[in-house]
Design a protein around this ligand. Structure first.
Ligand SMILES: Nc1nc2c(ncn2[C@@H]2O[C@H](COP(=O)(O)OP(=O)(O)OP(=O)(O)O)[C@@H](O)[C@H]2O)c(=O)[nH]1
Ligand SMILES: [Mg+2]
Length: 217
């Protein structure tokens, strides 16, 4: 028999769900599109298909018990689209900067992208996290220069970095959770509100905590 149980409801009303724009930036072929597709659709990366300009994918998820709709803006790393992509920075609340941990040269592009973000938001820095992607290509994780990436983040005013693999699906939930928490910390209007009440639900929980939707803000 399925018993009823109490569950705290935070922003359960569809209208209460905060919408949060997250930029995903970095050099070409570092895995930005793959990360988004893996996180939002659990799709395993396959052949490279360049992102033409920008794309946007959204997903509703729950962080700290709060429902939030994340809009991932996938910005092409190709220089040839640079003239059109910067305008999409507006109203972003958080940033992922991606590099390929198996090709350290891509850190240079990561630094340049972070500088672009800083130019765009000179007065109110927005939370930024570095994703060291393609970690599945590293045979021995002891080879990862942890200290160097810490210093890179410190120097470029990036809060934290995570090892991720769109291929293996690792590090993605953790990095998204962390970014959303940082966004809540720096945006009082988005931060979790007090519970509005209680709702009777069936146990065990059968509802998925995430939904996906492809649309733009
Ligand atoms: N091994 C491995 N390959 C990956 C991973 N993530 C992405 N790739 C591969 O890397 C290539 C580039 O991935 P994309 O996600 O298209 O790269 P992107 O950063 O969006 O590239 P642009 O759109 O040109 O800016 C593809 O062939 C992916 O299959 C990963 O975590 N591990
Ligand atoms: Mg892409």
């Amino acid at each position: 028999m399925v018993k009823n149980q109490k569950e705290e409801v935070y922003g359960d009303d569809e209208e209460d769900v905060p919408m949060v724009k997250v930029l995903v930036l970095g050099g070409p072929r570092t895995g930005k599109t793959s990360i988004i597709n893996r996180y939002c659709h659990n799709k395993i990366p396959s052949n490279y298909k360049v992102t033409v300009g920008v794309d946007c994918v959204s997903k509703i998820t729950v962080v700290n018990g709060v429902k939030v709709e994340l809009f991932f803006w996938d910005i092409s790393g190709q220089e040839r689209y640079a003239h059109m992509t910067r305008q999409y920075f507006e109203n972003a609340k958080g940033v992922f900067i991606v590099f390929d941990v198996s090709d350290e040269k891509t850190l240079e592009a990561a630094e340049a992208w972070k500088a672009e973000v800083d130019n765009c938001f000179p007065n109110e820095p927005i939370p930024s996290i570095l994703l060291a992607n393609k970690s599945d290509k590293i045979l021995d994780l002891k080879e990862v220069p942890y200290r160097r990436y810490d210093q890179f983040c410190e120097y470029n005013k990036i809060v934290k970095w995570f090892l991720t693999s769109a291929m293996a699906g690792t590090g993605l939930d953790e990095s998204v959770d962390e970014l959303v928490k940082l966004i809540f910390d720096s945006n009082a209007d988005l931060a979790p509100k007090k519970p509005v009440g209680f709702k009777l639900t069936s146990a065990p929980q059968q509802q998925a905590t995430t939904e996906t939707r492809k649309t733009c803000c």
